[in-house]
Write a protein that binds this ligand. Structure first.
Ligand SMILES: Nc1ncnc2c1ncn2[C@@H]1O[C@H](COP(=O)(O)OP(=O)(O)OP(=O)(O)O)[C@@H](O)[C@H]1O
Length: 602
């Protein structure tokens, strides 16, 4: 087994930046350089916010100059027009940015891809119009002069050189905080959402809440950069906060490496400095700017920092004297052999008159069925019968046209997927929905975060318990791209179990597996019942289904046509007509023994 090794470059690089910020003012004599470095810091803070947003949601905002502008204009208006003390003006600006970004987050985060980009772009255009038109408040196109400079007692902030220290401290503060957040459990959940939102939601994570948090936080970065900018320049005008500014930030993020904090700072540095360096070329300046930009993007399409990182990794792999194979795998000793988190008893899962339509197609028609806790159920039916739709409706992924779903006494109809997961229903997917950037361990971590603070330290041992239950401990540090389909199915089961469900809806666990692996799946399903979790299984493999399930429900064209024990189902002529073809076909399937001594922890 090979474990990918990454050289840690973040914190060392940030520490180098901190030291350079400390000593540069003593060495550089040219004051104009500090003007540029201060602008680098403002851009760097805003781009760090954009990278945080991308890391958490996978989405790009072309409107973050809105918050830059709101921060700058609010502090200007409050301190100059209303004569408020600076601290009060800053608080007002921060509040303005928080409230406006929170309000904007709701409609924009509902959109995906290009639509979100267009919506944020639209917001930026609207702000520019308001800043230009509301002359009595903003000064209109002529700008807003006379914003007070910052002063902090004995620290000189009125000069470019003096302000540099504050701007650099702010930039590094945001950078350190962002890297720490990205490396924390919250950062892991952010990345899980970016990689597979629906799977994360089905683990019980309120993905909308996390995305709003990321959006508001990233807006705050731009807002604070705006406040600093206003007090540094003493003059602001709408031109600074236009769409071009937002575009420039996104370009900086792309050039440095999307989602990468160091990349954002490097991108801000390069693209702020470049126009100054090309100044002498006069008319040819834009042409050369474009050539440099294109060259960087062609040579390192992932961005500059990821490109540097892979070079460093390659170099350190060459100089590595020790092989880093199995040795680096964490093989923790487990505390005792206590079973994993005991399943919850939430009562029966009751579905009453459930109908689901996709346009004119009725995928489910008045389906009523009750699943009892403690035994394995199966839902079978030919292709297109509505099995996955039934699972999706129970999990809240599709909204039913009519009908009700109860978990015990709690009606969960219309709940969002994460609320349903929190209520006690987990699931796996027909095609495993995993996180390509994550290790096996990280998947279980995401499931574990349900109802807990995502803190690495608090969750570590419990993750091991679940990994051990599914015999995944040995694979725990591997990425999902390095494991087999059978492993992927186990990872999904482990992630679902980690969320402490009462029921797990298991969609086609046997699909694509060989006989031996299917038998192992059967053993895991039995093991789940022993820790108080009730699996409801959809599968086309009759050998697997008929041998694990105590009760089988048959769907055909969106309706239940039979419900009984495996033997009753095999004998049912309607089922034979609709699906099985012949009784022999069922009986020919290989059998696994009921019960499973020694499987999982049970
Ligand atoms: N999102 C969707 N939009 C439109 N039609 C859909 C959607 N999802 C499912 N359907 C349709 O609903 C019907 C039931 O589909 P479903 O996937 O639930 O069947 P299934 O029993 O799980 O089939 P299979 O065994 O092939 O997975 C099918 O006709 C399918 O084409």
């Amino acid at each position: 087994m090979r474990v990918e090794k990454k050289t840690a470059i973040y914190f060392p690089a940030l520490i180098c930046l901190s030291l350079s910020g400390l000593f540069l003012p003593s060495f550089i004599k040219n004051d104009y350089l500090f003007v540029i470095l201060n602008v680098v810091a403002f851009n760097g803070i805003a781009v760090t916010g954009l990278n945080l947003l991308y890391d958490a949601t996978g989405q790009v905002s072309l409107g973050h100059a809105v918050f830059y502008g709101l921060g700058a204009y609010t502090t200007a208006v409050l301190s100059v027009t209303f004569g408020l003390p600076l601290w009060t003006a800053w608080m007002g600006s921060v509040a303005m940015v928080l409230v406006s970004s929170f309000i904007l987050a709701f409609p924009t985060l509902r959109l995906h891809g290009h639509y979100m980009v267009m919506a944020t772009l639209g917001c930026n255009i609207i702000l520019t119009v308001i800043l230009n038109q509301w002359e009595s408040l903003t000064g209109g196109p002529s700008g807003f002069p006379g914003i007070p400079e910052l002063s902090a007692g004995f620290v000189e902030l009125s000069t470019d050189r003096g302000f540099f220290r504050l701007a650099w401290i702010a930039l590094l503060g945001f950078a350190f905080a962002t890297v720490a957040l990205q490396k924390s459990g919250v950062g892991k959940i952010f990345r899980a959402i970016r990689q597979n939102e629906i799977a994360t939601e089905c683990c019980g994570t309120n993905t909308t809440g996390y995305k709003i948090f990321a959006f508001v936080l990233s807006a705050l970065y731009a807002g604070i950069a705006g406040i600093l900018y206003a007090h540094y320049m003493s003059f602001i005008s709408p031109k600074t906060f236009g769409v071009f500014r937002s575009l420039e930030w996104v370009t900086m993020a792309v050039v440095g490496g999307m989602g990468n904090v160091l990349g954002g700072i490097l991108g801000a540095f390069v693209l702020t400095l470049l126009p100054e360096l090309l100044h002498a070329l006069e008319e040819l300046q834009v042409l050369f700017y474009g050539i440099v930009l294109m060259s960087v993007l062609i040579l390192c399409p992932q961005g500059m920092v990821p490109a540097i990182r892979s070079l460093v990794d390659r170099f350190s792999a060459l100089t590595e004297t020790e092989a880093c194979g199995d040795k680096s795998l964490k093989k923790k000793t487990l505390r005792g052999a206590t079973p994993v988190r005991a399943g919850r008893n939430c009562g029966k899962l009751r579905i009453e008159g459930l109908s689901v339509n996709f346009g004119g197609l009725q995928a489910l028609s008045s389906v009523s069925v009750t699943f009892d806790p403690g035994r394995i159920h199966a839902v079978i039916g030919p292709n297109g019968a509505g099995k996955t739709t039934l699972f999706n409706a129970v999990c809240g992924i599709v909204k039913p046209r009519s009908g009700k779903i109860f978990l015990g006494d709690l009606e969960i109809t219309g709940f969002s997927p994460h609320k349903i997961a929190l209520s006690g229903i987990g699931r796996t997917f027909q095609v495993p929905q995993l996180y390509s950037e994550f290790s096996v361990r990280d998947h279980v971590f995401v499931g574990m975060c349900v109802g807990r603070l995502p803190l690495n330290g608090m969750i570590g041992d419990d993750v091991d318990e679940v990994l051990r239950f599914f015999d995944l401990l040995e694979l725990s540090e591997l990425k999902v791209g390095e494991v087999s389909l059978f492993d992927k199915k186990r990872i999904e089961l482990a992630r679902a179990l980690a969320a402490n469900p009462a029921y797990i809806l298991v969609d086609e666990p046997g699909g694509g597996l060989n006989e031996e692996e299917k038998e192992a799946v059967a053993r895991y399903l039995f093991a789940l019942t022993k820790v108080g979790v009730t699996p409801i299984v959809v599968d086309h493999h009759m050998d697997l289904v008929m041998n694990v399930a105590e009760r089988v429900v048959v769907l055909h064209q969106g309706q239940i046509i039979a419900d009984g024990t495996p033997d009753e189902i095999v004998e049912n002529p309607r089922v034979a007509d609709a699906y099985l073809g012949s009784r022999q076909k069922v009986l020919s399937g290989g059998r696994v023994e009921r019960g499973c001594e020694g499987c999982g922890n049970a």
